[in-house]
Design a protein around this ligand. Structure first.
Ligand SMILES: Nc1ncnc2c1ncn2[C@@H]1O[C@H](COP(=O)(O)OP(=O)(O)O)[C@@H](O)[C@H]1O
Ligand SMILES: [Mg+2]
Length: 291
């Protein structure tokens, strides 16, 4: 189910309720789900994030791009409270709950994090456990660790795990040990675990970077289907710009810790991409892009 959308001209206050072509970003009229305000993060001499502000609405699918070291992972990890931002005015909220502010985790951080599914490049499954067990572990935050340790999964949780495995297309592998499956299947299981967690947002950090092109496409299509059909909000960091353009309506680009672009994928021109990635970018990936 999707609410109506408005189209807002990027970089100005213009807004309207009709679809327009060109430099307009589609913004769902649904609730603000994540908000990043004036966030900075320094590691020693390195400024990983510098006064970054960002708003994400329910139902968006956003690609976070930028060269290696531009701050993508730091931003994503900060959103879920896995990484602390610097002291100061910086603030991150999710679902109206404070995640962190002024360099400290907020008291509600745990409640906010319970609704955020985090997907890692290396899948983070327990290799010796079955796919089913890995996925059902997504419910631990809700049912309590001791029940999980004893394998006392409530029937509805077991059913949810099978539904989730089916949703990502690997229900037939439920009983198989995770480390016997391909990278693409493991990554889809990690997505299923986020569904069992009842995540309302999926933050995926380079989820396809370790996968071959066919497996990568299936993982991206899985994320897109959850976004399109179930209204899942998705932020995905990608080092392949073509994936960003193909699957995401909105692209946020970081360059040296600063947001260099935030707008529709259709507005990402060759000039902007060369500014973000440098002149070598032209050789590898700008074919077919608007000038
Ligand atoms: N734990 C850390 N300790 C020191 N420096 C870090 C740490 N994490 C990230 N950095 C630095 O912060 C910058 C941004 O890193 P990162 O967010 O991982 O970028 P990206 O994900 O875009 O490649 C880089 O210069 C990186 O070296
Ligand atoms: Mg990274």
């Amino acid at each position: 189910m999707r609410a109506g959308v408005i189209y807002r001209k990027h970089g100005s206050g213009w807004s309207g309720d009709r679809a327009r072509a060109g430099n307009f970003i589609r913004v769902t009229s649904q609730a603000l789900i994540l908000s990043v305000g004036h966030v900075s993060r320094r590691f020693g001499q390195r400024q990983a994030l510098s006064d970054v502000s960002l708003s994400v609405r329910a139902g968006e699918m956003i690609a976070l791009i930028g060269p290696s070291g531009s701050g993508k992972s730091t931003l994503l990890r900060s959103l879920s409270g896995l990484s602390l931002i610097d002291a100061g005015e910086g603030r991150i909220e999710a679902f109206g709950l404070a995640v962190q502010a002024g360099g400290k985790l907020a008291r509600e951080a745990r409640a906010a994090r319970a609704r955020i599914g985090f997907i890692f490049q290396q899948f983070n499954l327990v290799g010796r456990l079955s796919l089913f067990t890995n996925v059902v572990l997504g419910s631990l935050g809700r049912i309590g660790a001791w029940r999980g340790l004893l394998g006392l999964w409530p029937a509805d949780v077991k059913a949810a795990a099978m539904t989730a495995l089916d949703r990502v297309g690997i229900a037939d592998r439920a009983g198989q040990r995770a480390n016997t499956l391909s990278g693409g299947q493991q990554q889809r299981a990690a997505i299923a675990r986020a569904l069992v967690q009842q995540a309302q947002v999926i933050l995926a950090d380079e989820p396809v970077a370790s996968l071959d092109p066919v497996a990568a496409r299936r993982v991206m299509e899985t994320l897109k289907a959850l976004n399109r059909d179930d209204g899942m909000t998705v932020i995905v960091t990608l080092h392949q710009v073509d994936h960003a353009l193909r699957y995401c309506e909105r692209v946020v680009a970081l360059k040296a810790g600063v947001i260099a672009y935030d707008g529709p994928a259709s507005g990402l021109t060759r000039v902007i991409l060369i500014d973000i990635y440098g002149p070598e970018f032209e050789d590898v990936a700008t074919e077919g892009l608007p000038a």
